[in-house]
Design a protein around this ligand. Structure first.
Ligand SMILES: [Cu+2]
Length: 368
């Protein structure tokens, strides 16, 4: 155990250094004080966007995939382009920003950086979409987002029935309708070079030694209506948007890892399958962004419904399952970094409001 902890510290230090030496980002955070009604941006449901707007969004994502990486390819062979830089940074910070008190605000800012990058690097000027996975819970394949057309986020993986999927000692789910490579839509035959990292890695607190190696693996999906009907339906989302406090909210979102209590967040991931089944490497699938924007919408809705609870944290620490042990996170804690996209340290309290600090956005409606 000591050995693995030490190597984890060493790997982390090595990675942090190479982030610092990478080229600076072009992204400039906005001044929250200037977030006036005429400047605020509104995020919308992908399925309700007109087809040409959906395509403009996926075109911008593909544009990012065509931009060079700013990471050191010797350290991060999987960072094949700027889009993959985000996925690599997400893997690198996974232990610090999941199943802990940084989860909601760290991801909120990660999405904001990505949204701004689509604008500034790829000229995207449409709205930033979320995937309302409650509205598609009956059967995700039946909606525009996964219909596999050029106006979708690509479809299901090709069918490969490998039997029921074991997600933990207490949880096995039926196989979905895919299981193989994604071969339709804008992201057909995309390579997802970060190999699968098992969520149980969070319990050890380490990354595999070859976590950032390049692998010639296709993007895979296994859309799963059983999972969406069970874990991401409208009742579950309304309950979360009306959680009585931050720890109850966190429980409804994230459940208990390894148990049959999956929660909305993991439920949404497992309803897509493939790389999305890995907390670490899931950001390789472009649908990760609309999915996490929906998680942020649930968070925003809860904050809107209960303004008096909006800046409450759940009392947990700054590491997944408190591994390695860390301090309880407060509003004055400094967020784990976002690699080279971060220009200066940011405190949790700066990321609580979507119309303060660096942010200036809202959602088209409140859940609840
Ligand atoms: Cu994440």
């Amino acid at each position: 155990m000591l050995h693995s902890l030490l190597s984890f510290v060493a790997i982390t230090a090595l990675l942090s250094n190479s982030f610092v030496s990478a080229a600076p980002a072009r992204h400039v955070a906005r001044d929250g004080s200037s977030c006036t009604p005429d400047k605020i941006k509104t995020r919308v449901d992908f399925n309700k966007m007109p087809p040409d707007e959906r395509k403009a969004y996926t075109d911008a994502v593909k544009c990012l995939m065509g931009k060079p990486s700013n990471l050191d390819r010797a350290v991060y062979p999987a960072a094949t382009n700027r889009y993959m830089d985000y996925a690599v940074i997400h893997v690198n910070r996974t232990q610090y920003v999941h199943l802990d008190a940084f989860f909601l605000t760290w991801h909120r800012y990660f999405l904001w950086i990505y949204e701004n990058d689509l604008e500034q690097s790829c000229g995207y000027c449409g709205p930033f979409p979320y995937w309302d996975f409650a509205s598609t819970a009956s059967d995700p394949r039946a909606f525009p987002i996964f219909d596999g057309s050029e106006y979708s986020m690509s479809g299901d993986g090709i069918f490969n029935d490998t039997g029921p999927i074991t997600l933990g000692a207490e949880l096995t789910i039926p196989h979905g309708t895919g299981g193989g490579c994604v071969t339709t839509g804008p992201f057909a035959n995309q390579v997802a070079p970060l190999k699968f990292i098992d969520p149980s890695q969070l319990i050890q607190g380490t990354l595999p030694a070859d976590a950032f190696a390049y692998n010639d693996i296709c993007l895979m999906r296994d859309l799963n209506a059983y999972v969406s009907q069970t874990y991401t339906n409208g009742t579950e989302l309304v309950a979360a948007a009306h959680a009585t406090n931050a720890s109850n909210f966190e429980f409804l979102l994230n459940g208990v890892i390894g148990s049959s209590s999956l929660g909305i967040h993991s439920g949404a991931h497992f309803s897509v399958g493939g790389q999305m089944d890995s907390i670490h490497v899931s950001a390789q699938d472009p649908v990760w962004y609309p999915l996490h924007t929906m998680i942020d919408k649930v968070y925003w809705s809860w904050q809107q419904n209960y303004p008096e609870l909006a800046d409450q944290l759940d009392g947990s620490t700054g590491t997944a399952l408190n591994t390695p042990p860390s301090d309880v996170v407060t509003l004055d804690s400094t967020e784990p970094d976002w690699g080279y996209f971060q220009l200066s340290p940011i405190k949790v309290r700066e990321l609580i409001s979507t119309t303060g600090g660096p942010f200036c956005y809202q959602y088209d409606n409140v859940i609840g």
